[in-house]
Design a protein around this ligand. Structure first.
Ligand SMILES: NC(=O)c1ccc[n+]([C@@H]2O[C@H](COP(=O)([O-])OP(=O)(O)OC[C@H]3O[C@@H](n4cnc5c(N)ncnc54)[C@H](O)[C@@H]3O)[C@@H](O)[C@H]2O)c1
Length: 268
């Protein structure tokens, strides 16, 4: 028996990266999965691959920036599989050209990122919760980011939107816990998904590597497996939490790697 056998999961942004991993792993562990993405061809391909491996999935279009589209995805999930018991609100955008420091960031981009990264979590949850309550419970999982816990030189809107996702997670958990609906978030550090590779040069990756406690970068499955855990009954007493999956990048005194280097030099 799979770890999420019998559950019905809607995974947003499921055509690529973290969403693709979560959709695939949830299906492997017995969930029926709806893969929803702006890239509808990609979503259908992921669903076909899941079905070819003996799982059960469908792919569909979703625009996470549009309330009606999110509502439609939830309703179609229920229509097709009879209910929805797992919602992975995973879509999120960043824009290194326009989402800059506070003085220079583009205010329209601020609104767009708040809409896609934050409001989509609210709207998806709003439409899924009544179905989950009717089903006797459910698990909502939101993709936050370590950018929601720290300050940085750019991506102010992204960081603020993800910090808000962390707190909205607690509000949902507090409000619907009595309906046995849990809500948790995952805050990834750098994960080598297509988006990260697209956005980051080798120089940037090297900086991340230098400050990770672990000697490797994160991969999509590191988040996918965390999502399976949060979707499953293994986490049935965990709600309102954000699990940081970040390779120990943020755990030490920020100057620790430099002191380590100093000690290495002194031992020579
Ligand atoms: N990769 C990282 O290092 C990292 C770190 C922290 C947080 N995250 C978060 O993880 C989540 C997934 O990121 P990823 O790295 O897997 O990205 P990705 O680009 O590999 O996948 C994102 C998917 O979302 C889809 N998408 C984009 N906008 C959409 C919209 N409006 N409606 C529906 N689908 C849309 C894309 O088509 C794509 O398939 C995001 O919320 C991101 O902020 C990623």
């Amino acid at each position: 028996m799979g770890r999420v056998q019998g559950k019905v999961a809607l995974v947003t942004g499921g055509a690529s990266g973290i969403g693709l991993s979560a959709a695939t792993l949830l299906a492997k562990e017995g969930a029926k999965v709806v893969v929803a993405d702006f890239n509808v061809e990609g979503a259908k391909e992921v669903a076909e691959n899941i079905n070819a491996q003996g799982g059960e999935a469908i792919g569909m279009f979703l625009d996470a920036g549009n309330e009606n589209s999110i509502k439609e995805a939830v309703e179609q999930t229920v229509q097709h599989f009879g209910t929805i018991t797992v919602l992975f609100n995973n879509v999120g955008l960043t824009n290194l050209q326009k989402d800059l420091d506070v003085v220079n960031l583009d205010l329209e981009e601020w609104d767009r990122l708040m809409n896609v990264n934050l409001k989509s979590v609210l709207v998806g949850s709003r439409y899924a919760i009544p179905h989950m309550a009717k089903a006797g419970g459910g698990s909502i999982i939101n993709t936050a980011s370590m950018a929601g816990f720290t300050g940085d030189v750019v991506r102010s809107a992204y960081g603020a939107s993800k910090a808000a996702v962390v707190n909205l997670t607690k509000y949902i958990a507090a409000q619907y816990g009595k309906d046995k609906i849990r809500c948790n978030a995952i805050a990834p550090g750098l994960i080598l998904t297509p988006a990260a590779k697209r956005n980051m040069s080798q120089q940037v990756l090297d900086i991340f590597a230098k400050y990770n406690a672990l000697p490797y970068h994160g991969e999509a499955d590191d988040i996918g497996y965390t999502a399976v855990f949060l979707a499953s009954e293994e986490s049935k007493f965990i709600t309102g939490q954000t699990i940081q999956v970040e390779g120990g990048h943020y755990i030490a005194n920020p100057s620790a790697p430099d002191f380590m280097e100093l000690m290495r030099q002194a031992q020579k």
